[in-house]
Design a protein around this ligand. Structure first.
Ligand SMILES: NC(=O)c1ccc[n+]([C@@H]2O[C@H](COP(=O)([O-])OP(=O)(O)OC[C@H]3O[C@@H](n4cnc5c(N)ncnc54)[C@H](O)[C@@H]3O)[C@@H](O)[C@H]2O)c1
Ligand SMILES: [Zn+2]
Length: 404
């Protein structure tokens, strides 16, 4: 092709690969609004003018510690290089926030009225749902305000807090609206977990079992050997389990080559295809972490029968999940539900069905079809040996700690 002066022009087509440098910052603290506030404070980039910071807190935390917002306000007021705008505000926790567009509007209106810009910070403290909703609002405001996540459930600390996704529910569909956006920083604080009920506390460890099975035999054996201690909230064991789990997730995101899930396979979704279905058929009465425990049990049993995963690992996995106080079976999981879940999973991702299973600990394989007869056998195996959900959900809480 040539231009009007007869000069030849290069091609009309340009396919240029490029990379965008990103930094993922993760910190571990004991009490980030107490003695460890410096760790949080040092995450904000030094600038000539005080950086504008807005803080949002999950109301579930405030119900546990009524003084939390005031402590946060005092801490930020003491940091002269930061300007806390709008004081610390609270939001309803759990799925409520992801289902209510008015709450997203409230967040955006507050960012706007306090003149937050792309060098300002939104700090969000809460469970995965609040992190998702505030993260979504921060990601679309000015095409991205810096987000500091402080996850307060074991599930969010062990897994989703370091994720690069956010979402709200739209058209009555889960996570329909959302973006990929790397948080400015993530702070995993131990004290903030104390307000969780035993049931919620245990939920995060199914994700630890999941990622250990995918990536790390030593970690898997640590979890299997110490599952009861973790269920009893013995700190050294819980600390190590959360730390290793989140680091494996972080390495996967930053080193795994597909942070924004452009490829077909999503290994971190091991155990999740049936889990998502179970959550929706039970109208979310089964927590995500509980559903993942059941989904991992099903996928491990199928991996044993179809891919030769050693029986010993299969038994250890079921045993570990049960000792963690997690259910490994739910009566709502019949064959139709399972196979509907498989099809919904395929549709959500688009393209060919791709499910990650395991041949052994640390040896994931992608499969593109599920053998119906073998799956039926796997479900029987788990149903016979599983801790049923109804039994688990009835267990009373024993060790929720008071804020005082
Ligand atoms: N973005 C991602 O990559 C990703 C990944 C997995 C899950 N998620 C989302 O995360 C959500 C589930 O998050 P979750 O399991 O962390 O629970 P959650 O956010 O639903 O919180 C559960 C309950 O615990 C309360 N709470 C939170 N922290 C507390 C604390 N320390 N003390 C007392 N109460 C507390 C909340 O108010 C809520 O009522 C779902 O919406 C799911 O879709 C997102
Ligand atoms: Zn999950």
């Amino acid at each position: 092709m040539s231009d009007s002066f007869g000069q030849s022009l290069p091609s009309d087509q340009y396919d240029i690969e490029f990379q965008v440098p990103q930094t993922h910052r993760l910190r571990f603290t004991q009490d980030c609004f107490g003695d460890d506030f410096t760790v949080l404070r040092e995450l904000f980039e030094p600038s000539a003018d005080a950086a504008r910071v807005q803080v949002w807190v999950d109301q579930g935390l405030v119900a546990w510690d009524a003084t939390l917002c005031e402590r946060i306000n005092r801490r930020f007021d003491s940091a002269v290089e930061l300007e806390l705008v709008g004081r610390t505000q609270t939001l309803p926790g759990g799925e409520t926030i992801k289902n209510d567009p008015a709450l997203i509007d409230r967040l955006l209106a507050s960012f706007n009225s306090h003149d937050l810009d792309r060098r300002s910070y939104v700090v969000v403290i809460g469970g995965g749902a609040v992190l998702d909703a505030v993260g979504y609002a921060a990601a679309i405001a000015h095409r991205g305000i810096r987000l500091v996540r402080i996850p307060t459930t074991t599930l969010a600390q062990a897994d989703s807090g370091v994720g690069v996704k956010n979402a709200v529910n739209w058209f009555g569909k889960k996570n329909w609206k959302g973006t990929f956006a790397t948080p400015w920083a993530v702070v995993n604080d131990e004290r903030l977990l104390q307000g969780l009920s035993d049931r919620d506390y245990r939920c995060g460890f199914s994700e630890a079992v999941k990622v250990a099975l995918l990536k790390d035999a030593d970690f898997f054996h640590f979890l299997a050997d110490n599952a009861s201690a973790i269920a009893q909230r013995q700190q050294p064991y819980c600390r190590r389990a959360i730390r290793e789990s989140v680091l494996l997730h972080l390495w996967h995101i930053t080193r795994g080559g597909d942070p924004f899930e452009l490829q077909q396979a999503r290994p971190l979704d091991f155990g999740h295809w049936s889990a998502h279905k179970l959550e929706s058929v039970t109208n979310y009465s089964v927590r995500h972490g509980e559903a993942v425990g059941i989904g991992v049990a099903v996928d491990v049993a199928y991996s044993h029968l179809k891919l030769g995963l050693p029986l010993q690992i299969t038994e250890q996995t079921l045993g570990a999940l049960q000792q963690l106080g997690l259910p490994t079976w739910h009566a709502a999981l019949d064959e139709d539900v399972i196979f509907d879940g498989l099809e919904e999973f395929r549709q959500h991702l688009g393209g060919e069905l791709t499910i990650t299973l395991i041949e052994d600990v640390g040896r994931p394989v992608d499969v593109h079809s599920i053998d119906r007869a073998v799956m039926r056998e796997a479900m029987d195996l788990v149903a016979q040996h599983g801790n049923s959900y109804s039994h688990i959900a009835d267990v009373p809480n024993t060790s929720r700690q008071s804020a005082l």
